[in-house]
Design a protein around this ligand. Sequence first.
Ligand code: SAH
Length: 381
Amino acid sequence: MSRAWLIGAGPGDAELMTVKAMRTLASADVVLVDDLVNPEILELARADAHIVHVGKRGGSPSTPQHEIIATMLAHLRAGRSVARLKGGDPFVFGRGGEELEALRAAGVKVEVISGVTAGIAAPATLGIPITHRGMAQGAIFVTGHGADDKEPDWRALAATGLTLVVYMGIRRVDDIADALLQAGLPGDTPCVAIESATLPKQREVLTTLDRLPAGVSQAGLGSPAILVIGSVAALARKDAAALPGRTLTVGLGFRRGVTVDQIEAAIGTCLAPNTIADVATVATLETKAGEPALTAFCERYRLPLVTFSAQDIQACFSRYPALRTSPHVQTHLGVDGVCEPCALLAAADGMLIREKQALDGVTVAVAVSGQSDKQDRSRTS
Ligand code: SAH
């Protein structure tokens, strides 16, 4: 009998296919393709290849599994080589295992060609590593679909403290968030939902667990989407200012020689009940920009640092005269009044939501940027 391949087409972007997948696809007589596969990829098939679409999207009509296998076997028995092309990796929620078993049982030799799975590629587009030293010792791929009435044991999953990467969960995001909150995951656990990852139409919502369902429904996100739940989601940054949920700017002052942990603790305290996951930008005086602890903090959270000159600060005082006369703004650490102006300047006509707090050699004020939506304002008030 002829050759058969189970091929991973990658998450969407045609360039995320492997070289082996490309080469193999270009040799096949018949290609059976799922509907999550980017149509551009089919251009890599031979011009005379027979292409069979076997859509299997949740909710829409699809070719039953036994028919897919029967079609493959019919072509193989007729002496044609068959490439079975699947989105992402064929063995990650792709039913590749079942197809492999059926083909093997029929005496067919099958080669599996791995692909880049959406659960890794989607977060990677935002700079989220699903494992990260000191943050997440591992990651769990889980289906949120609840097929066959078998719900994942969310309580057990929450207890692991690992990054949860949920496939097929966007339509049930309310139930999933509920279950994880009930299982004891804190409401401020960072989360991101990413739709159509790696494609030009990619959209994402960066938020926290308690706001995930509302965020997804406000943005109108739908399938296909990946949910990433866990502290690594706070590392997300694309165009930080444009990320929903990231509307806060932090104005910072500090003594020379502070540690990154002191900066982190002070910012965390001043932000509460918000978290560093809500921060789009860190701002300080330009003379402070080179402080190693500050650089380390911005790197740790992948946050951009913007700096302002003494003249910028003066200009800000002219725009907000109340700041110049506020003793609260003007006193601290001998570096008078930089936190509030820096936060406001970086927020581009935003408003101050936290006055300066001083903690352990660090002073922090927080502003919300002008474009923030109502919900963000209400949460921070
Ligand atoms: N084998 C595939 C997964 C198939 S299950 C893989 O390894 O990636 C289908 C689910 O994968 C979708 O419901 C969605 O959760 C996820 N998915 C696939 N492509 C995606 C994409 N481009 N962006 C976001 N999620 C995607």
